[in-house]
Design a protein around this ligand. Structure first.
Ligand code: DPM
Length: 322
């Protein structure tokens, strides 16, 4: 396969955030590429982003304009690195001029997980005691879980996975909601007490997949990355991202999705919710996986027809005020 890359071996610089999860993901990408291109050299450049530094402000309030990606993007545009590895769900749907999503890797379980405090270990969302405090800073998780479990309370939580788990152990929360994929990649899959089904909570756009961002005008890097592309995941994620882009939603909005490809048909489910969980606008489209982006746009239009834009505008105003 390395025949697609024409020039002689050189040194490739990969930009990554410094968090433990980001580094596990970037090392995986590096190791896979090294297997395909044994004569090339791959170096990892570790960086902090704004999102890693600001830990005392609710995520929803900071907004989403490349919170976890901007510093990496600036480095690529200056030619200091060749590509950047992200959790796809943290990559904005509109990228800076000159950069593109060059590769989407095979997705892990995209669902969310319930992680309980030891004292609740036999419980599930439905059976947690009245008033239990659930830690999440995702408006998407908050809105959908409030809808199904009005007996629970929700409280913001920030910081990396280990910080969050320490806060859970210290008793600040009765449970956390975290992505199954992140826990699994860090070897903490055994902390998952309940995988939350799609009927209860739709996952975030791109959740569970890695997105590799690179320069638009860099065909050599683009063809190098193609060995890691997973076509089905990419089609699903292109549909999800087109849906989110069309709703002008950043990553910090109560928008959830689910995608399935079966018998050559891509089915995309999407939802927009109010923060009190009282209104969920949800619909489904399906069609050819090759038409992924058009399906995303079609679903966004269906939800707009049902009032999605008004819901999102009201939430934006509310978050800015609070
Ligand atoms: C985004 C959200 C969260 C992350 C919002 C959402 C979760 C924030 C929170 C856009 N990015 O999901 O509705 O609950 O406080 C993030 C995680 C991963 C990538 C961690 C997680 C790992 C999983 C993956 C943070 N970004 O969601 O538990 O690769 O998809």
């Amino acid at each position: 396969m390395s025949s697609t890359v024409s020039s002689s071996p050189r040194t490739i610089r990969i930009a990554s955030r410094k968090s433990q999860l980001a580094l596990v993901q970037t090392h995986w990408v590096r190791d896979e590429l090294q297997k395909h291109y044994p004569d090339w050299t791959f170096e990892i450049q570790e960086m902090s982003t704004q999102g890693d530094k600001i830990l005392d402000v609710a995520l929803a309030k900071i907004g989403d304009k490349g919170l976890f990606t901007k510093e990496l993007e600036v480095g690529m545009l200056k030619g200091e690195s060749d590509f950047a590895v992200h959790s796809l769900k943290d990559l904005p749907t509109r990228l800076p001029e000159g950069l593109m999503l060059g590769c989407v890797t095979e997705r892990e379980n995209p669902a969310d997980a319930l992680v309980l405090h030891e004292k609740h270990r036999d419980k599930q969302l439905a059976t947690l005691p009245e008033g239990s405090v659930i830690g999440t800073s995702s408006l998407r998780r908050l809105a959908q879980l409030r809808h199904h479990f009005p007996h629970l309370q929700f409280k913001d939580v920030r910081g990396n996975l280990n910080t969050r788990l320490a806060k859970l152990e210290a008793g600040e929360y009765d449970a956390l909601i975290l992505a199954v994929a992140g826990l699994q990649r860090l070897g903490m899959g055994d902390r998952v007490h309940q995988v939350i089904p799609a009927e209860i909570s739709l996952h975030a756009v791109g959740q569970g997949a890695l997105g590799i961002e690179c320069r638009t005008e860099d065909p050599e890097i683009l063809s190098l990355l193609k060995v890691l592309e997973h076509t089905e995941t990419a089609q699903r994620c292109y549909a999800e991202r087109a849906f989110l882009r069309e709703l002008e939603g950043g990553c910090q909005v109560p928008i959830g999705v689910n995608t399935v490809i079966a018998d050559g048909v891509l089915t995309l489910t999407g939802l927009v919710a109010t923060l009190d969980g009282k209104t969920l606008v949800k619909d489904v489209v399906s069609g050819a996986p090759e038409e992924a982006e058009a399906l995303g746009v079609e679903l966004a239009q269906k939800l707009k027809d049902q009032g999605a834009e008004e819901i999102l505008a009201a939430i934006f105003a509310e978050v800015q005020r609070s």
